[in-house]
Write a protein that binds this ligand. Sequence first.
Ligand code: PNW
Length: 459
Amino acid sequence: MQSFPKDFIWGTATSSFQIEGASNEAGKGFSVWDAFTRIPGKVLNGDTGDVACDHYHRFEEDIRLMKQMGVKAYRFSISWPRILPTGTGAVNQAGIEFYSKLIDCLLANDIEPWVTLYHWDLPLALEFEKDGWLGENISDIFADYAAVCFAHFGDRVKNWITINESWVIAMLSYGQGIFPPGRVSNIEPYQVGHNLIKAHAKAVDLYRTKFQPSQKGRIGIANNCDWREPLTDSAADKAAAERAIEFFLGWFADPIYKGHYPASMVERLGDRLPTFTEEEVKMIKGSSDFFGLNHYTTMYAADSTGLDTKDSVFGNGGISEDQDVQLSVDPSWKMTTMNWSIVPWGFQKLLEWIDQRYDHPEIIVTENGCSFDHEVVGGQVNDQERIDFYKGYLAACQAAISNGANVKGYFAWSFMDNFEWAFGYSRRFGLTHINFETLERTPKASAKWFAEFIRNNKG
Ligand code: PNW
């Protein structure tokens, strides 16, 4: 494999609810995930985020391990209810102090903080009082919270990500109902998506006008997308695959890079798709300093016009009928324990698709990784499958760069095993193994491999 550019950003990523624990400590308010995990049947084995990886108390040890891994950057998220327990109003000083110490410790170890403002742990009070992401003023409320973070941490944080995976929030929380608030609708996801885009743009506008001139950082958003490969060479299947990616990534990236939703969505959704005012378009267009991408897998896409795909297991959130796309996988593709197929070439194609559609943006891969459930044996975790995954996906990333894609950074998901949402602790994405009973950390073979890879690619 060719080496990566010299200034390439190598990092690992996590999120607050998935690792911190201390869910009811030091003034923190509850989030929608604290509540959702209490509803019987929502999370596998009844797992909660009460302790998680106990990162809140062990962050220094974790940063030591990161340092050993040689990463130059660490992407983590701020828990909104740890900063503002009810979502608005008074600041919880202990929350500010926690993230302040975390940031200082990273910088002292030459690790650049990449901070996500929202990785799904909405303050519960906002769900009760303001209808969460469906609420009319939620985008302003989010921008106010963002400003608190810029004001307290922006002197040291130079890389901001507003929202993690708007698609997941819209589709899994309001389409399929498998994430909080657990709603099932084919209208609400589009309203929520609309509010998320406005929230992102308002936070960016505030950063650019009030903070960026003195703090001189960058701000963007992290969207997720799988690759969709046409099942056959037919024009109908090619159009279906394109449409599927537009409904996935174009939904959120087109407004930011082009100022409007994809035509395929406008045509198919009619008045279920809200519209932006001219003033909003001005604020939204150009509101990302880099293209954050989370990528995990690939599926085939076929045109399913006229077929009932509503109940398909591969439907997108139970509202796949909006797209008329039938998804499938090749049975020869190897799968992770999430049942996500390992298809490195899909990653290359997606990076090149983004490069072309959005006119050569700077791409930061804000998440890529896999779940395999290897345990500790004789003090070691031999996760060869994870090493093979990273080898394949990093080669694909390199190939996209060789073909001209402007990829500038890569964050492995995840630094350590953690709370994998509806799957609880039963899925392991980490480069570091966690024993969830003793909370002992053990770097996996993949962590050593990744460290070596970074070393060899420093140029
Ligand atoms: C992302 N899907 O979630 C998140 O950013 C992480 O918090 C999470 O741990 C990681 O990927 C692995 O799941 C996703 O259904 C959840 O397509 C679901 C989907 C995609 C990403």
